[in-house]
Design a protein around this ligand. Structure first.
Ligand code: SF4
Length: 207
């Protein structure tokens, strides 16, 4: 089934996620509580791809990475490299942010079927970015869904922090996810993430 680049907020293709949205809406009626669309420039050369909306971040604000700990690492790093200006919400320059799965999954864990279903939006999103030059995958799930969306085998392009791949004409960069968990456990530090963004900046400037 072919899907549009962006789901409607009430997209109902994944019944478990729709039920979860309903439950969260009952507890937090003022929150966005829907399928979260990509955010940023339609002429972006950089696409940043995360896993899924955070409970009190994107699921509350309706904008990927806005309002939670992930965004507080992501947006300053993008701003330092000229891809954003910090604010509430931030402004994105030559950049778009999105998620492999557009609805909040229970426990931050989408099922394989949910990832596969929402991949239709991801593939369409990529196809609808005419100037796209590089994609940054935050974490293994985003990486593997992107590789599949580009029609390649994940086994031929294994995820690794700092890795760079060439897939279907796109430069794919990998980083550990900017989650609070990864930062608190020391898996990802601010300098490690800034180094990935700086490499992206150099790549896009030279492309
Ligand atoms: S995860 Fe994607 S495909 Fe599934 S309901 Fe949400 S927007 Fe629709």
């Amino acid at each position: 089934m072919s899907l549009p680049p962006e789901p409607l907020p009430g997209c109902d293709l994944c019944p478990r996620l729709v039920a979860h949205r309903r439950a969260i809406r009952a507890a937090h009626p003022g929150w966005f509580n829907g399928a979260v669309a990509s955010f940023g420039s339609p002429s972006a050369r950089l696409l940043v791809l995360g896993l899924a909306p955070g409970l009190a971040g994107a699921n509350r604000t309706g904008l990927p990475f806005v309002g939670d700990a992930s965004g507080s690492l992501l947006f300053p790093a993008l701003a330092a490299a000229g891809f954003a200006r910090e604010g509430d919400p931030p402004e994105l320059h030559d950049c778009m942010v999105s998620n492999a799965v557009r609805c909040l999954p229970p426990g931050n864990r989408p099922t394989a079927a949910e990832i596969r279903t929402c991949r239709g939006h991801l593939a369409a999103r990529i196809a609808a970015l005419p100037r796209l030059c590089a994609i940054l995958c935050l974490g293994r799930v985003a990486h593997e869904s992107l590789i599949a969306a580009l029609g390649a085998r994940a086994g031929a392009h294994p995820f690794a922090h700092g890795a760079r791949h060439r897939v279907a004409g796109h430069a794919v960069f990998d980083s550990y996810h900017v989650s609070r968990y990864n930062v608190n456990t020391g898996r990802l530090s601010k300098p490690m993430f800034e180094a990935v963004i700086a490499a992206l900046r150099r790549y896009i400037d030279a492309a």
